[in-house]
Design a binder for this molecule. Structure first.
Ligand code: DAH
Length: 339
């Protein structure tokens, strides 16, 4: 009996000693100390032991049990301690490693230019309004004095959704929409996306942005138009900027003009930016045509007004001396990061 107990104990202790995971220890526990375990079997066979030997054998069984339990306990602790040490090692933070840089977005150059531009006009009391990008022919052309067979319609060939609905070719339809509402006087600025069937090149894109301006009140003259644009040019391009007006034609203004500014790069002497002329063409403008006023429900005998249309990309390219419009749309971070 003694030998048998010694053998069970020795085997158990050896298994415990070599165990690497807690589950092995559990297996040992069940196999030796469990209900059907080896040691339990020995206890059960006590009835075969001579009564006078029983206390002795009982004591031996208890000793073996004790030794095995202690060994199990210690081994469990030591395995857990090792696991914990390893986990700590895995989770240590090396504070000397370089951090992961978070990329913060920022405004697109077009947006920066637009907000600068808006700030000037808001300062003069203008309200910012927006119109739909998908527009009726009526607003994009008809009400702007561009009837069905007008050649200006060809110049602004665009994308038609139906015969009467199209992607707007200009922000000017917002003029008609605002005038039609009849809340006078009007002083608005309307930025937005426009569309034309243009091939992509350094100065063209089938989708670009304009900023429309419209002022209607009693007694508005061309002097107001010139004064307004001269002031904007100074605030936007620099204090020494001058403006020049050249006669032009737009169907919805009369008279119409194109407005040039003195080159902000060379101050008017002539350079690469202004192609040697000293002047840069910047926008179209004019006095709102009496027919347009009338068609939009405003009496041209009482009210008059001016309008202008600025190409946003044009202004952005000039302001930041970017020589290719495509850069604005390519989303190349190396380019965009510079603003
Ligand atoms: N809508 C014109 C264009 O896209 C630009 C323009 C010219 C707007 C004269 C105006 C204006 O408001 O008065 O070519």
């Amino acid at each position: 009996m003694r030998d048998k107990l010694e053998a069970i104990k020795a085997e158990a202790l050896a298994k415990i000693e070599s165990a690497e995971v807690v589950s092995t220890l559990n297996d040992v526990k069940v196999a030796i100390l469990g209900k059907k375990g080896e040691l339990t079997q020995v206890l059960k066979s006590m009835k075969d032991v001579a009564p006078e030997d029983r206390p002795k054998v009982g004591q031996m069984v208890n000793e073996a049990r004790q030794a095995i339990e202690t060994a199990l306990d210690e081994k469990t602790k030591s395995i857990n301690r090792a696991l914990r040490a390893e986990k700590m090692k895995r989770e240590t933070i090396d504070v000397t490693l370089p951090g992961v840089k978070k990329l913060t977005g920022h405004r697109h150059p077009n947006q920066i230019a637009l907000e600068d531009l808006e700030r000037v006009f808001i300062g003069m009391g203008y309200e910012i309004v927006e119109g739909p990008e998908v527009e009726y022919d009526k607003y994009n052309f008809e009400l702007l004095n561009i009837p069905a067979n007008h050649p200006a319609k060809d110049e602004q060939d665009t994308f038609y959704v139906t015969k009467d609905i199209l992607l707007r070719t200009q922000t000017s339809p917002v003029q008609a929409r605002i005038m039609e509402k009849g809340n006078l006087p009007i002083r608005i600025l309307s930025p937005g996306r426009v569309f034309r069937a243009d091939e992509v090149d350094a100065t063209h894109s089938p989708s670009f942005h304009q900023v429309e301006g419209l002022v209607i009140d009693k007694g508005i003259t061309m002097a107001d138009l010139k004064g307004t644009l001269a002031q904007w040019a100074k605030e936007f391009f620099g204090e020494n900027t001058k403006v020049k007006f050249r006669p032009h034609h737009f169907p919805f203004t009369e008279p119409s003009a194109e407005c040039d500014i003195t080159c902000f790069k060379c101050g008017g002497k002539g350079c690469r930016v202004c192609k040697g002329s000293g002047w840069i063409e910047i926008l179209g403008c004019g006095m709102v045509h009496p027919k347009v006023l009338r068609d939009c429900g405003i009496d041209p005998e009482v009210y008059s007004g001016f309008a202008f249309g600025i190409g946003l990309e044009r202004v952005t390219l000039l302001k930041y001396e970017i020589d290719d419009m495509r850069l604005l749309y390519e989303n190349d971070m190396r380019f965009l990061d510079q603003f």
